[in-house]
Design a protein around this ligand. Structure first.
Ligand SMILES: NC(=O)C1=CN([C@@H]2O[C@H](COP(=O)(O)OP(=O)(O)OC[C@H]3O[C@@H](n4cnc5c(N)ncnc54)[C@H](OP(=O)(O)O)[C@@H]3O)[C@@H](O)[C@H]2O)C=CC1
Ligand SMILES: N[C@@H](CC(=O)OP(=O)(O)O)C(=O)O
Length: 352
C-alpha cells in the first residue's frame, strides 16, 4: 500500500473549495495537508473562516488547519494542489505552483485555452494528459497545470462525445438552466433569483461553444486539434441550488435512427483507463426512460455526483435529434471532476 499523496486545496473556503474538502475526506490516495484562501481568511483556522454550505458535516481533519496565503512559497508539503481559485487570481499564481514542482488540478478557466494545457475529462480524452510532458519542457516546469471544464460544458460533453464516437457530431445548439451554486457563495442575490430566470451569465456562452471542441479534439504529436463541430449556446441561471440541466439539439454526420442514439447512451461503458480510479462512477451515463427525467433534485447525486443523466431523446425538426442532459455542477462539473483528473495523473506519474 503506497503512502497517500499530500495535497493542498487552493481557495478552500469557497463553494468549490468546500466540495474539494468534503470529497477528499478519507480519499484513498490523497490527504489534505495544506489549505489556502484570500487575505480575508489567512491565519484563521478553516472552521473560523469558512461558511460551510454542504449537508455532510465539515471534516474533523481540516477544522483546525490554518489557512495559508495563496502563494507557491506557502506550500511546504503538497505534491498536488486542487485549485478553486477565481480565474484572475489563478492566472497569476497557478504557474508559480507548477514551477515549484506542484501538479495543479484547476477548476479555474484561466488556462483552459492554453494550447499546452489539457481540459481533461478522463472518460473522454485521457490521452490529452500526454501533453503534460511537452508543457513541462516548454514552460520549464517540474509540476504542471491540468484543468477541468466549465460546469455547463461538463453537463453534456460525455454523452455528446459518446454519440460523436459512434456517428460523428456535426453541430449542436444548447440551452442551459444553471444552478445558483455555479455563481459561488454568496453568488446571485436572492432578490434577483427567487421567482426568476436570468438569461445572462458572463463569458459562459463563449466557454460552452469552445471547450467541447478542445475536449473532443484529437491529440497527436504534442498538439490538440479542435473538433470541427459547431456549437451555439444560450446560458441561463435558474432557481435550483445544485446541478446544471442542458436541453440540446444536434445533428450527426451519419443518418441514424433515434433508437441508434438511445442504444449508444444506454449501453455506454466507462473506458478501461478510468476503471479503478476512486472517483470513477459505475455508470458514466445514466439513461432515463421516463418522459419527465432527468431532473436536478432527483438525479444530481447519481454516481456520487459523477454521472451524467440523459433522457428525452427525440427527433428534431431542424437538427436531427434533441435530448436533455444533466450533471452536478460542483461535483462532476468542478471539484469531483478535478479530483478524477488528479487520480488519472496519480496513476500515470506515481503508479497508483
Ligand atoms: N461553482 C461552480 O459550479 C464552479 C466554479 N468554477 C470555478 O471555480 C472557482 C471558484 O469558484 P467558487 O468556489 O464558486 O467561488 P466562491 O466565490 O464561492 O469562492 C471564492 C474562493 O476564492 C477565494 N479567493 C477570493 N479572492 C482570493 C484571492 N485574492 N486570493 C486567494 N483566494 C481568493 C475565496 O477565499 P475567502 O473565503 O478567503 O474570500 C474563496 O475561497 C472559480 O474560478 C470558478 O469560476 C468552476 C466550475 C464550476
Ligand atoms: N460559470 C459557471 C461556473 C463557473 O465558474 O464556470 P467557469 O469555471 O468556467 O468560470 C456557472 O455560472 O454556473
Amino acid at each position: 500500500m503506497k503512502n497517500k499523496i499530500p495535497v493542498a486545496v487552493l481557495a478552500a473556503t469557497g463553494s468549490v473549495g468546500q466540495r474539494f474538502i468534503s470529497l477528499l475526506e478519507n480519499h484513498p490516495w490523497f490527504e489534505v495537508v495544506e489549505i489556502t484562501a484570500s487575505d480575508r481568511s489567512v491565519g484563521k483556522t478553516y472552521q473560523e473562516a469558512c461558511h460551510w454550505l454542504i449537508t455532510d458535516p465539515m471534516p474533523e481533519s481540516v477544522k483546525n488547519l490554518t489557512l495559508l496565503p495563496t502563494e507557491a512559497n506557502s506550500l511546504q508539503k503538497s505534491v498536488f494542489a486542487f485549485s478553486a481559485l477565481p480565474a484572475d487570481i489563478a492566472k497569476n499564481v497557478e504557474p508559480d505552483f507548477a514551477r515549484k514542482g506542484i501538479y495543479v488540478c484547476s477548476n479555474a478557466s484561466a488556462y483552459r485555452k492554453d494550447p499546452l494545457v489539457p481540459i481533461l475529462v478522463p472518460e473522454v480524452n485521457a490521452n490529452h494528459l500526454d501533453i503534460l510532458d511537452i508543457q513541462q519542457k516548454t514552460y520549464g516546469w517540474s509540476g504542471g497545470i491540468i484543468t477541468n471544464p466549465n460546469c455547463t460544458t461538463c453537463a453534456f460533453v460525455v454523452p455528446l462525445n459518446a454519440i460523436d464516437k459512434a456517428y460523428g457530431v456535426q453541430k449542436a445548439i444548447v440551452f442551459s438552466m444553471q444552478a445558483i451554486s455555479g455563481a459561488g457563495y454568496p453568488g446571485v442575490a436572492s432578490m434577483d433569483i427567487i421567482d426568476n430566470v436570468i438569461p445572462y451569465i458572463g463569458g459562459e456562452e463563449e466557454k460552452v461553444e469552445y471547450e467541447p471542441t478542445k475536449i473532443m479534439g484529437s491529440y497527436q504529436d504534442g498538439k490538440i486539434s479542435l473538433h470541427p463541430m459547431v456549437i451555439s449556446a444560450h446560458t441561463n441561471r435558474v432557481a435550483v441550488v445544485d446541478a446544471h440541466t442542458i436541453c440540446l439539439s444536434f445533428s450527426t454526420n451519419q443518418k441514424v435512427s433515434k433508437d441508434n442514439i438511445i442504444s449508444v447512451l444506454k449501453n455506454y461503458q466507462m473506458p478501461e483507463i478510468c476503471i479503478g480510479l476512486p472517483s470513477c462512477p459505475d455508470r458514466g451515463i445514466v439513461y432515463h426512460e421516463a418522459d419527465n427525467r432527468p431532473q436536478p433534485r432527483l438525479d444530481r447525486n447519481l454516481g456520487r455526483g459523477m454521472s451524467t443523466s440523459v433522457g428525452r431523446i427525440r427527433e428534431d425538426s431542424i437538427f436531427d435529434f434533441r435530448m436533455v442532459s444533466l450533471s452536478h455542477n460542483t461535483i462532476m462539473g468542478a471539484a469531483g471532476g478535478s479530483i478524477f483528473n488528479g487520480e488519472l495523473l496519480a496513476r500515470r506519474k506515481f503508479g497508483f
